[in-house]
Design a protein around this ligand. Structure first.
Ligand code: NDP
Length: 332
């Protein structure tokens, strides 16, 4: 009898209505790619929630298994690149979008999507970070490349309790920056100060800027995980020469803008992509996350471990914007 494994299975049960179950699948159900991994851990990202609730900009065809992150051991590598039993990490590319993803005990992928587990990180820690950690790392790297230094003034982080936001808060604080964390969940202020936030601000603090062409310069730099009009409210309130690393769209993909912050204050809008980034660039940031940028005990503060059976419930939470920190799916 063929070996079976468990996977999250998203089906369109009525037009526009999507249902998430745990099902048994076989290896023959997976695409015919050279590299097969036995997954020990995955994690939940906002993009997985979009896929699980039928967003066709992420996933064109259903039924589907989401999961843009996975870590596990090599079961087979027909390309001869990796050895059986080696632990590999996969984030992004098409995993969990239109290729069956990491919310399953097995994945089958092209060999050039996978990296050896970075030195300094356990398999579980690599999934506490996952795409969110890689993205937070890329945002911080963009700010440092733009000249950000701890003495410059406050660094604003929006969507601060979310996956990317919470890791960005912890990493920036560890690097010596004074972080102003913006959240819609003021009841989680202790979580954010525990990660090293200098101050915690209600999301509504930025709302009055919407009616102004420019706002008072308040922050030296920013990481925006929220997008929409929040992104331009952040841009308007940056101090002269500042910049924002923009990676997200939890509040929407469109924003109204004007040129004043760019031409009067020299503000930089720094775009961040973690998905199609060349593998060697991903590896370089992962090595920092396991090395100089290792955030140590903050990883456990950020993480909640869940079973595969709980993934549908927690995906729904993320879809409503109610997630806090990172959810690690333990399949070991
Ligand atoms: P999470 O769901 O973990 O966090 C998103 C957070 O954004 C929420 O917890 C909430 O934080 C805040 N938020 C949610 N809805 C709204 C809203 N309507 N208005 C303002 N704030 C809101 O998501 P991730 O951390 O996984 O991802 C964050 C964003 O980054 C997503 O848009 C995702 O698509 C994007 N992303 C982009 C990547 C890239 O490569 N560019 C890679 C990874 C993620 P709070 O309550 O604290 O405000």
């Amino acid at each position: 009898m063929a070996e079976t494994f468990r996977a999250v299975w998203v089906e369109e049960v009525a037009p526009g209505k999507f249902d998430q179950q745990i099902v048994e699948r076989t290896l023959a159900d997976l695409p015919d790619n050279p590299l097969t991994l036995a997954i020990s851990h995955s994690s939940l990202n906002y993009k997985d929630a979009l896929s699980a609730f039928g967003n066709r900009a992420i996933t064109r065809e259903y039924p589907h298994t989401p999961g843009i992150d996975a870590v596990g051991t090599v079961v087979e590598d027909r390309s001869g690149t990796f050895s059986c039993g080696e632990t590999l990490l996969v984030t992004g590319y098409d995993l969990g979008m239109n290729t069956p993803g990491g919310l399953a005990e097995r994945i089958s992928i092209p060999t050039d999507w996978a990296l050896p587990l970075p030195k300094g990180l356990t398999a579980r820690e690599s999934m506490i970070l996952g795409t969110a950690g890689l993205t937070a790392g890329l945002c911080v790297e963009k700010l440092l490349e733009a000249g950000a230094k701890p003495g410059d003034g406050e660094v604003l982080v929006t969507g601060a309790t979310g996956g990317v936001g919470s890791i960005a808060v912890a990493l920036l604080a560890q690097l010596g920056f004074r972080v102003a964390a913006v959240t819609g969940k003021l009841e989680s202020a202790d979580f954010l100060t525990g990660l090293g936030a200098w101050k915690v601000l209600d999301r509504e603090t930025l709302a009055p800027f919407a009616s102004k062409a420019m706002a008072k310069p308040l922050w030296a730099w920013a990481v925006d995980t929220v997008g929409g009009d929040t992104l331009f409210n952040v841009i308007k309130s940056l101090a002269y020469g500042g910049g924002v690393a923009a990676c997200g769209m939890a509040a929407g993909a469109q924003f109204q803008a004007n040129v004043f912050p760019f031409i009067l204050r020299g503000i930089s809008l720094l775009g961040v992509d973690s998905v199609e980034l060349p593998l060697e660039r991903k590896a370089a940031v992962w090595n920092k996350l396991g090395g100089d940028w290792y955030i140590g005990e903050q990883l456990d503060r950020i993480a909640e471990d869940i079973a595969l059976e709980q993934a549908p419930e927690f995906l729904a939470r993320l879809h409503r914007g109610h997630g806090i920190g990172r959810y690690v799916v333990d399949m070991a």
